[in-house]
Write a protein that binds this ligand. Structure first.
Ligand code: CIR
Length: 266
């Protein structure tokens, strides 16, 4: 009989194992994306496309099969595929996005995911976006936010058959801009939710106030993708025992997007 070290077994139950990543490069209209970022008028499309190419190769180097949808020039925000679906196990909820201009992005995502998963669409009056959903192996934490309402959260929990905890705050756009899960029973969070009851009993790395953008991380196995330049937060995550991969996402930050937004893991 093979015996596995305790640390390896622990890692298996505290992280979600992904095989594939669905992505979509930014299209020609990307500079018209929804954004409140002060630098939104300086978005460089070529640079965004290059940064996306590097992102895809990082995922491939981590062993994921990268499924790339054709760009969608009719939806400026379409590269932020995460918002189009929530995957848990072998099921996906195709979302009804809270931002009306983004509705329609989900159709190509639905067809692609339908090859591998059983899908169902969220129905009005639900609104829900994947950027609000933090994935743990045995539960989800969902933001009730500017983009996701209580009915969206209810439909998601019912279809995916998983426990959902909620963080409600109408002042937030997406929960994952504030909290993400690293694995190993550890979150990374801005101060805003670091002491929220749904994180209780778990480790929480709190990012410094000037590095709040570092709270949106993408954990794949033992590796954690983090935005380049936020060195203090990267140091905290390394010190907690994770391998950090630093990724340039300046042109996505200018569209209020971040690392998780650019893929759906399945
Ligand atoms: C939006 O406002 O919808 C896009 N400009 C950014 C979406 C970012 N998505 C995410 O955080 N999951």
């Amino acid at each position: 009989m093979t015996s596995y070290p305790a640390a390896a077994i622990r890692r298996l139950v505290t992280t979600v194992k992904f095989m594939k990543a669905l992505v979509r490069p930014p299209g020609r209209s990307y500079v018209e994306c929804l954004s409140c970022h002060p630098l939104r008028n300086s978005i460089d499309l070529k640079r965004a496309q290059m940064q996306h190419e590097v992102y895809r190769s990082v995922l491939a180097n981590l062993g994921l099969e990268v499924l790339s949808l054709p760009q969608d020039d009719s939806h400026p925000d379409a590269c932020f595929v995460e918002d189009c679906a929530v995957v848990h196990g072998r099921k996906a909820l195709i979302t009804r996005m809270g931002a009306p201009s983004r509705r329609g992005e989900e159709s190509a995502v639905e067809s692609a995911l339908g090859e591998y998963l059983v899908t169902k669409r969220a129905e009005a009056p639900a609104t829900i976006e994947g950027g609000d959903v933090v994935h743990l192996p045995d539960r989800l934490i969902c933001g009730e936010s500017q983009r996701t309402n209580a009915e969206g959260i209810r439909q998601m929990g019912e279809w995916l058959g998983v426990k959902v905890d909620t963080i409600s705050d109408e002042g937030m756009m997406h929960l994952k801009s504030h909290v993400t899960y690293l694995g190993e029973d550890t979150f990374i969070s801005t101060e805003r939710y670091a002491r929220h009851p749904v994180l209780e009993g778990m480790g929480v790395i709190v990012v410094p106030r000037r590095e709040e953008y570092a709270a949106d991380t993408l954990a794949i196995g033992d590796s954690v993708l983090m935005p380049a330049g936020l060195t203090e937060s990267q140091r905290l995550v390394k010190r907690a025992g994770f391998d950090v991969i630093s990724v340039e996402v300046s042109e996505f930050e200018k569209c209020d997007g971040a690392l998780t937004c650019l893929s759906i893991l399945l």
